[in-house]
Design a protein around this ligand. Structure first.
Ligand code: COD
Ligand code: ATP
Length: 202
């Protein structure tokens, strides 16, 4: 049976993973498209060989895994290369995500993706929760987490939907501009609400 799916969207560094982890600790089955995008390029998977063919062997590290920082630098300064990579990976990611969603046994499941709105997946989910923060905070948190330059994080933000665009599709908004204790409380409140939408089905 297809589970009831909550979409969890937000730009880079907005706090999707922080929010998703808290839902997961309440027993909700979470599928993250960023993680799926990692699985499909693990050594031995055909997509990794295609990437090495296209970008050259320099895109692999000595141990045969993808040089993610190197590829990130390349695609976000070259829209054509980014489109090529997305054309290869997005169908595979979608397949992985659907497969993992179908394994859900919790009252509802969560699909997390930075590109949910961009990829039109807001139409696929039953309800959409957007994690929203001011751009300055998004920038600060992403730079600190990824040890990335302001220029690089801004380039990624530019490649994503604007806050306004995401918020236009939101059913619920979690403004993540306070501390993690507050975030936890908001997640608990939302979880109780989603359970009522599901009629408390366990
Ligand atoms: C370029 C890659 C190798 C960089 O890896 P890295 O480990 O540095 O980053 P990670 O995958 O954790 O992504 C970090 C954040 O970057 C942003 N981001 C990644 N890919 C994209 C993209 N194609 N468009 C816009 N933003 C993106 C997202 O906010 C994401 O959460 C990787 O992001 C990738 O394979 N991207 C293409 C696949 C994709 O579109 N993934 C996004 C969701 S499916
Ligand atoms: N309320 C908060 N207070 C302090 N730090 C936070 C808060 N929420 C998230 N963070 C931190 O900010 C960084 C970005 O959060 P997170 O990784 O959850 O974002 P994300 O939306 O999943 O990003 P991406 O799209 O890049 O994967 C992390 O280091 C996280 O621990």
């Amino acid at each position: 049976m297809k589970p009831w799916v909550l979409g969890l969207a937000g730009g880079i560094g907005s706090g999707k993973s922080a929010v998703a982890d808290r839902f997961a600790s309440l027993g909700v089955h979470v599928v993250d498209s960023d993680q799926a995008a990692r699985w499909v390029v693990e050594p031995g998977r055909p997509a990794l060989a295609r990437i090495a063919e296209h970008f050259g062997a320099g895109v692999l590290q000595a141990d045969g895994t993808l040089d993610r920082a190197g590829l990130r630098a390349r695609i976000f300064q070259n829209p054509q290369e980014k489109a090529w990579l997305e054309g290869l990976l997005h169908p595979l990611v979608r397949e992985e995500v659907e497969r993992h969603l179908s394994l859900a046994r919790s009252p509802y499941a969560i699909m997390v993706s930075p590109l949910l709105v961009e990829a039109g997946l807001h139409r696929r989910v039953d309800r959409l929760l957007v994690v929203d923060v001011p751009e300055s905070l998004q920038l600060e948190r992403a730079m600190r987490r990824d040890e990335a330059s302001e220029e690089q994080v801004r380039a990624i933000m530019k490649a994503q939907a604007s806050r306004e665009e995401r918020l236009r599709h939101a059913d619920d908004v979690l403004v993540n501009d306070r501390d993690l204790t507050w975030l936890q409380a908001q997640v608990e409140r939302l979880h109780a609400f989603y359970l009522t939408l599901r009629g408390g089905v366990q």
